[in-house]
Design a binder for this molecule. Structure first.
Ligand SMILES: [Zn+2]
Length: 366
């Protein structure tokens, strides 16, 4: 049944261009995406500081959409943001990078733009994009795991995002893998993302370097002895150039990744895992040890089919593409965003000037 549904989604999806917006910790990216998942044009700007009011972020989003609408037909807008989004995809309950707290973003923006708007958790948006156009295409039971600064995750099952009852499914990064382990900003200890993420990679690399271990010397040479300059991409680059210490660091992250995936397989039994996020750029240096650890820890190993573990294909545009594609489901063929209309409505609401008050007819009594 679910297989038919997935096929139905593919066949009947509208092909109207929509805008996807990816709100990150430092940058906001906006792009026009066509029905094949191609980005026709993309703009970027700085994310307003956390201290700014929600209205400032809405202004930035509106400006980006209008700038794109000057050159493209835009039929709907999808917004992907880190944080908790309610199951109706209307409110952002909490966003770590922004001042949004129970923010009715969908209503505010769709009123302003005169268009359908959806809000989605960034990991959900990325997983949807990989399922529609990337490494998850054709898979009925897909689990995506994003290794960024933390771990984001999402489930696509039978052509639908599995959001959970309250919209918060997929927070895999906060499964406890080491009771009493490293402290996590979520308040607990030993969360998976403390062992298998960009932050974990950097923490381990810096710890090793700060301990003045001779094995970390080549890594230290790359940053001229400045431990604080060691970053995830730097370790990945060193590993790709054959630095044994960097290879080992990624191996360790990969092993923790495999262990967590085995736990997820015990709970969810997917057909495929897609691994995205910045750390996945390490490719097989990360995924080979992950597959090995996965097999070692899998429940019922040797007696069950094993999920494949693939690297994501859409890179850091997945969130934007996915948000745009999810919004497409609400698009209307004859409705596009018009700059003149949006600006006029804003002027009227700000100044009251332009409101049609002078009526030559007598309105009917109500
Ligand atoms: Zn945690």
């Amino acid at each position: 049944m679910s297989s038919d549904y997935a096929e139905y989604v593919r066949r009947t999806a509208l092909r109207l261009p929509t805008v996807g917006i990816d709100i990150g910790g430092t940058k906001i990216a906006a792009g026009v995406v066509d029905g094949e998942g191609r980005i026709l044009e993309q703009l970027r700007t700085e994310t307003p500081h956390k201290s700014k009011s929600p209205k400032v972020v809405e202004d930035v989003i509106t400006e980006l959409v209008l700038a794109l609408a000057d050159r493209h037909d835009v039929h709907a807008v999808g917004i992907g943001a880190a944080g908790f989004v309610d199951a109706q995809r209307a409110r952002v309950l909490f966003a770590p990078h922004l001042s949004w707290r129970n923010e009715p973003l969908q209503e505010a923006l769709s009123d302003r733009l005169g268009l359908p708007v959806i809000v989605e958790n960034d990991a959900n948006a990325a997983a949807w994009a990989e399922w529609r156009f990337g490494a998850g295409a054709g898979e009925e039971h897909l689990v995506m795991v994003n290794l960024g600064t933390g771990i984001g995750g999402a489930i696509v099952h039978g052509g639908r995002l599995e959001r959970g009852r309250y919209g918060m499914a997929g927070e895999f990064g906060h499964m406890t893998v080491v009771p009493g382990g490293h402290r996590c900003p979520c308040g607990n200890r030993g969360c998976w993302e403390q062992y298998s993420s960009g932050n974990a990679l950097v923490r381990e690399a810096r710890e090793l370097a700060a301990a003045e271990s001779p094995v970390a010397q080549p890594l230290l040479d790359r940053v001229e002895g400045d431990v604080a300059s060691i970053t995830g991409p730097l370790v990945t680059e060193a590993a790709q150039e054959g630095d044994p210490c960097a290879v080992e660091l990624l191996q360790e992250i990969g092993q923790w990744l495999g262990l967590g995936l085995a736990n997820l397989a015990a709970a969810l039994d997917p057909g495929r895992f897609v691994i995205g996020g910045g750390v996945s750029a390490a490719g097989e240096l990360l995924l080979a040890p992950a597959r090995e650890a996965y097999r070692r820890n899998l429940t019922g190993r040797g007696f069950r089919p094993e999920a494949e573990i693939f690297e994501a294909e859409l890179g850091n545009t997945a969130g934007l593409i996915g948000a745009a594609d999810l919004a497409r489901g609400r698009a209307r063929r004859f409705r596009t965003v018009k700059r003149a209309r949006v600006e006029r409505a804003e002027r009227v609401s700000r100044t009251g000037v332009g409101r049609r008050r002078t009526q030559w007819w007598t309105p009917l009594e109500r």
